[in-house]
Design a protein around this ligand. Structure first.
Ligand code: NAD
Length: 441
């Protein structure tokens, strides 16, 4: 069978296999919409024992009434997800009182990182759809972690933001939501960039139908759309529209619709942005992102887009940065023995990280994680690098050393050897500092 570029879906199975990770509000609702549309068989995965199993069985029992034959399995493991065609990742925490944005970012990065690892080990050709927040950073992390081509890793945000905008426009003008299209670019939520010029009612731009102040009010309500619902619900966040948005992406892929939808997609020069996931219109089909659609923007729109992309980049880089060996470091959650990775280490006052500024150097330098640091260190020295910190086994579970290259740049070279539990980290840090005759401030 000739599938051209679209070889992702297996021809062996009668129905595509769709795994939804996270059987909470968004995940379970997405599973429901998927089977109601008979887009495929569903595997629902969650860490809470019994929840994915119970919800999957309950949903299967709605099948005779809603007339769907899709098979549903719930599991606390990933073996059942093997050979999935599409994986929707909703696993994660929502922000709770007392939790900082960083706590959520690092916790969800840990969760998404481990989910992606489990998935890619079993489904090498899957398309990953990220839903977990903060969305733009999570999709970037998932792509890096998966090693998949960017066409097969994308995030859901723009469909939801534009669905909210469409709802408000339709209500304002008292017309069917079906007549309303809306265009939203950029990051999710606060930094989104709605484009009223390209938002229409039966083909008529809303700029011809509504005064500027009303449009601005609708835009603001859309931007705050998630918070408005959290304020009502109090104990959770929106899930019907988010799940419907994720399932629209699943449908475009499964049915190879080549639908133009706003998604968080990897940009490689498009819109003047390189190496970053940002919300843009893409053509979505069986191969995943088949094309990033570039539209002409006015200088103001382009500036707003750039601002949004800069905010997204900052967040994405935050995920990959080392906050210091304080036991909560993403580095330790992220790295597995033998991994090779680049990291930019900034000085983190008060977090226990001995940054080069504290010994009179610059404020940041690159860590390079390699499978065999002894070999890499020797080669660097042979090539003329000066030893700044000799190789040694560090308290946070790395073998680490630092060199300065002939142009004066500092490089940290390391191999990650063990994952140190938080309680051991503080103890080791204390011992380490004592051995160096220093006191942590
Ligand atoms: N991108 C968007 O536009 C958008 C919209 C809505 C919600 N979200 C995000 O989606 C995520 C899920 O929202 P929700 O309302 O369904 O939350 P929820 O709390 O109802 O569900 C999250 C589920 O993830 C599970 N989970 C946690 N760690 C896991 C792990 N390691 N492996 C598997 N499952 C794990 C939890 O047990 C829970 O059942 C949140 O991060 C939320 O902010 C994003």
């Amino acid at each position: 069978m000739q599938l051209g570029k679209a070889e992702v879906l297996s021809t062996r199975r009668p129905r595509p296999k769709i795994t939804v990770v996270g059987a909470g509000n968004v995940g379970a609702t997405a599973a429901q919409y998927i089977v109601e549309k008979e887009l495929g068989d569903v595997v629902l995965v969650d860490v809470i024992e019994g929840v994915p199993q119970g919800k999957a069985l309950d949903l299967a029992q709605a099948g005779p009434i809603h007339r769907y034959d899709s098979a549903l399995i719930g599991s606390n493991g990933y073996d059942e997800s093997a050979d999935s065609d599409i994986v929707v990742i909703t696993a994660g925490l929502a922000r709770k009182p007392g939790m900082t944005r960083d706590d959520l970012l690092f916790k969800n990065a840990e969760i998404v990182g481990s989910v992606v690892e489990q998935i890619v080990a079993r489904s090498k050709s899957a398309i990953l759809i990220l839903v977990t927040n903060p969305l733009d950073a999570m999709v970037q992390l998932a792509w890096k972690k998966s090693g998949f081509p960017p066409q097969r890793v994308l995030g859901m945000a723009g469909i939801l933001d534009s669905a909210r905008f469409r709802t408000f426009i339709a209500r304002e003008l008292n017309v069917s939501v079906e007549n309303v299209t809306a265009f939203v670019l950029g990051g999710h939520g606060d930094t989104m960039v709605p484009l009223p010029r390209y938002s229409t009612v039966a083909g008529i731009p809303i700029t011809d139908l509504l005064p500027a102040d009303r449009i601005a009010a609708l835009v603001q309500r859309t931007r705050d759309g998630g918070a408005e619902i959290v304020n009502f619900l109090k104990t959770g966040s929106a899930y019907y529209a988010p799940a419907a948005s994720a399932v629209e992406m699943v449908e475009a892929i499964v049915r190879d619709k080549r639908k133009i939808l706003p998604c968080a997609a990897y940009l490689n020069g498009e819109y003047g942005v390189t190496g970053l996931y940002v919300g843009v219109p893409v053509k979505l089909g069986r191969a995943g992102v088949e094309q990033v659609i570039e539209i002409r923007l006015t200088p103001e729109e382009q500036a707003a887009f750039q601002k949004s992309a800069a905010a997204v980049r900052e967040r994405a880089e935050e995920v990959m940065r080392i906050p210091g060996p304080d036991g909560k470091s993403l580095m330790h959650a992220e790295l597995k023995i033998g991994d090779s990775i680049f990291m930019l280490s900034d000085e983190q006052p008060g977090r226990g990280c001995r940054a080069p500024a504290s010994v009179g150097g610059p404020t940041s330098y690159l860590y390079i994680y390699v499978p065999d640091v002894d070999k890499a260190f020797k080669r660097a020295v042979e090539a003329g690098a000066k030893v700044i910190v000799p190789l040694s086994d560090m308290f946070w579970g790395d073998r680490f050393g630092q060199v300065e290259d002939p142009s004066g740049h500092l490089w940290g070279l390391a191999t990650h050897r063990e994952d140190v539990p938080p309680q051991d980290m503080a103890k080791r840090q204390k011992e380490f500092l004592a051995s160096m005759g220093q006191q942590k401030k």
